[in-house]
Ligand binder design. Structure first.
Ligand SMILES: Cc1cc2nc3c(=O)[nH]c(=O)nc-3n(C[C@H](O)[C@H](O)[C@H](O)COP(=O)(O)O)c2cc1C
Length: 407
């Protein structure tokens, strides 16, 4: 996939994006702050957001040279589904807020890049619309909504059946949202619960005409499974729905019930404790998605990579281990695989691509990862991701990163 910015006839500078961080800077410019705070923000003091990145710096490669090997084997499998690189799209809600084409653009880009999209249960498009717009069977993510939600005792069962009927292959159930994380940038900049929109925010949106046109024309921002309203009123209505549906009393029996109802690969997303990984295996999960929601929920929780190492040790091959949180480079992906992950998910990086250049931007993000992973494998002296193991890394004092992932 070509860089969507490289076709420009006149170049004032060589500023076409070539890294995730470049896309981040571009998306920041192209999106109103209201949207930026939603996609790039995190909970409380952003400690876990930063911790996710820093954890990668505590591992260093031990490359072998003159192995005669070139890094060409990037393919792996998730739930029996072959993907051409060990990176999938983590679910991110309300992609339509970042770009009107939302999850359809995401899933189509994943497909063009030979990857897999996990569509969020808070998607701006209906599961059926996304499935119809794509060729492959992607995965779907659901929150375990309260069964006691007024008037709909079977809400979660209803969604599981609907997603299954729509043709999705795998299900992720996200368990780390018993209540909303405290994302202060979001609350200050208008997407809190309930959302409050000020004239200043609307004026700021107007200063981003490309984004505003997409928004006005398509009105595809709110989570479609939670509201039929388009636009910002839909976001408010969906926020109310979530407040009623999200219940801290949910427990493992609820998740087991979901597992039993889903016919296909089943993953529990948001675990950080090895004992919870054990429970996930007990109820028959195909895999565990080690994640702290990109630092958006419990601030101060362990860095996802650190938690993953302990969970991989405990699980010891009994279930697939997926990881997301802080992955910004191909080298991060390779480290995660060395430490026991089957594949990794990326959340914000695809939103940066989407905000900067729509579906082409998302595809280019995946292409950047593909090139960086291949280069890392070659520099490490490895041909295929299946050869990666812990002996290729050593634990070190943290290396500082050159980027600054802050709102
Ligand atoms: C804007 C945004 C929306 C998200 N929405 C969801 C969601 O609907 N469901 C879910 O399970 N996780 C959601 N996540 C969390 C991601 O799936 C993933 O765990 C996280 O983004 C990984 O960290 P990273 O952004 O550093 O890659 C969201 C993350 C972001 C940034």
């Amino acid at each position: 996939m070509a860089n969507p910015f490289s076709g420009l006839k006149v170049k004032w500078s060589n500023s076409a994006p070539i890294s995730v961080e470049d896309y981040r800077a571009l998306a920041r410019k192209r999106l109103p702050y209201m949207v930026w705070a939603y996609i790039d923000g995190a909970a409380d003091d952003l400690a876990t957001l930063r911790g996710n990145r820093l954890a990668f710096g505590r591992w260093a490669f031990l490359p072998r040279f003159l192995t005669g090997k070139e890094g060409t084997g990037l393919a792996t499998g998730i739930g029996g589904r072959r993907i051409s690189l060990p990176v999938y799209l983590s679910p991110t809600g309300m992609c339509g807020l970042t770009h009107w084409s939302g999850e359809i653009a995401m899933a189509q880009a994943a497909e063009r890049a030979g990857s897999l999209c996990v569509v969020s249960g808070a998607a701006s498009y209906l599961p059926e619309e996304i499935h119809e717009a794509t060729r492959e069977r992607h995965f779907f993510q659901l929150y375990p909504w309260s069964n006691a939600l007024a008037g709909r005792h079977d809400l979660t069962d209803h969604y599981i059946q609907r997603v299954q009927d729509a043709g999705y292959q795998g299900l992720f159930v996200t368990v780390d949202v018993p209540t909303h994380g405290n994302r202060e940038a979001e609350r200050r900049r208008s997407l809190g619960t309930p959302p409050v929109f000020t004239p200043g925010q609307l004026l700021e949106a107007a200063l981003h005409p490309r984004w505003l046109m997409g928004y006005l024309r398509h009105q595809r921002v709110a989570p479609r499974l939670m509201t039929h309203r388009g636009g910002l009123k839909g976001i408010a209505e969906a926020g109310e729905f979530q407040l009623r549906a999200m219940r801290p009393e949910l427990n493992w029996d609820d998740i087991k019930r979901m597992r039993d109802r889903w016919n296909g690969p089943f993953y529990i997303k948001g675990l950080l404790h090895p004992d919870d990984a054990e429970k996930a295996i007990e109820i028959g999960a195909t895999g565990i998605v080690v994640s702290n929601h990109g630092g958006r929920q419990l601030d101060g929780s362990e860095a996802a990579l650190d938690a993953m190492v302990k969970i991989a040790d405990r699980v010891n091959g009994r279930a697939e281990i997926l990881l997301d949180g802080g992955i910004r480079r191909g080298a991060d992906v390779v480290k995660a695989l060395c430490l026991g992950a089957t594949a990794v998910g990326i959340g914000r990086p695809t939103l940066y691509g989407l905000g900067a250049a729509g579906s082409a931007g998302v595809e280019h993000i995946l292409e950047i990862f593909r090139q960086e992973i291949a280069r890392t494998l070659t520099l490490l002296g490895v041909t295929d991701v299946s050869e990666l193991n812990r002996s290729m890394l050593t634990r070190v004092e943290p290396y500082p990163f050159g980027d600054s992932n802050e709102v």
